[in-house]
Ligand binder design. Structure first.
Ligand code: F6R
Length: 240
């Protein structure tokens, strides 16, 4: 596991963009696993500006997002589909983009379809991850057992509270989500975990404390052969 500690979130976003740039230069037709949330916004801005400056060409790359609220309409302001359009897809020309559908009538069928689509694409070359304050990756919340494939998950109180900041008072916040399971995430050939902000300092300390906590889903990453972690100093502050 390679760890890169950057002074602040802006430099962390640039370092993460460097990883994407190398990946695309090496393999233009890469399959990219993407995340939402506050953490990757700086990275997506950086990728969009490198793309418009002609430094990266994503036109052969395909993307698969980690998760989507369920149920939610794609056009809902807070859907992850809308998030991706706003922050990246409207600015970068990918060959194709894929998300779990929050509108699917049968969520179980939708998850099976999504996993098959990832397999058909050849699996994920580079998977971007953020981390929840409780150690979740994607929406794989702390549990005693984890689904290999994508699945419908009940979001924890803590995650609902953390994400409630994005929803207006008159908007209903979904309490469930569809998420890629640990299986497809772990099968990614390379993983980039981006951690920024002081509110992640405790979980960062726990993740890298030398113990494999089964109730911290991100701990699976400690066993993966090709993980790069990019942190800012605020997130790394309590790490030994
Ligand atoms: C979202 C996702 C989540 C977030 C995590 C951190 O697609 O995969 O695991 O990465 O909840 O969210 P932020 O970046 O908002 O702190």
């Amino acid at each position: 596991m390679k760890k890169i500690i950057c002074k602040d979130a802006v430099l962390a976003a640039q370092a993460a963009a460097d990883v994407f740039e190398s990946q695309i230069n090496e393999k233009p037709e890469s399959v990219l696993g993407l995340a939402t949330g506050s953490t990757p916004i700086g990275l997506y801005n950086e990728l969009a500006s490198r793309c418009s400056a002609g430094k990266i060409d994503f036109s052969k790359a395909r993307t698969f997002n980690l998760d989507e609220y369920y149920p939610i309409k794609a056009e809902h302001r807070q859907s992850y589909s809308a998030f991706m359009d706003k922050h990246l897809f409207s600015k970068v020309n990918f060959a194709s983009t894929h998300l779990l559908s929050g509108e699917a009538l049968d969520p179980y069928e939708e998850c099976a379809r999504y996993d098959a689509e990832i397999e058909f694409a050849g699996g994920i070359d580079l998977q971007l991850l953020g981390i929840g304050r409780n150690g979740h990756i994607g929406f794989n919340e702390p549990a005693v057992s984890y689904s290999m494939g994508s699945y419908l998950v009940d979001l924890t109180e803590g995650t609902l509270k953390a994400n409630s900041r994005f929803f207006d008072d008159d908007e209903t916040q979904p309490t469930q989500a569809l998420t890629m399971g640990i299986g497809p995430i772990f099968k990614a050939r390379k993983i980039l975990l981006l951690i920024t902000g002081e509110d992640k300092a405790d979980i960062t300390k726990k993740l890298f404390g030398g113990v494999l906590h089964t109730d911290v889903p991100a701990c699976f990453l400690l066993l993966h052969p090709n993980v790069t972690v990019i942190l800012d100093e605020a997130a790394a502050a309590r790490m030994k």
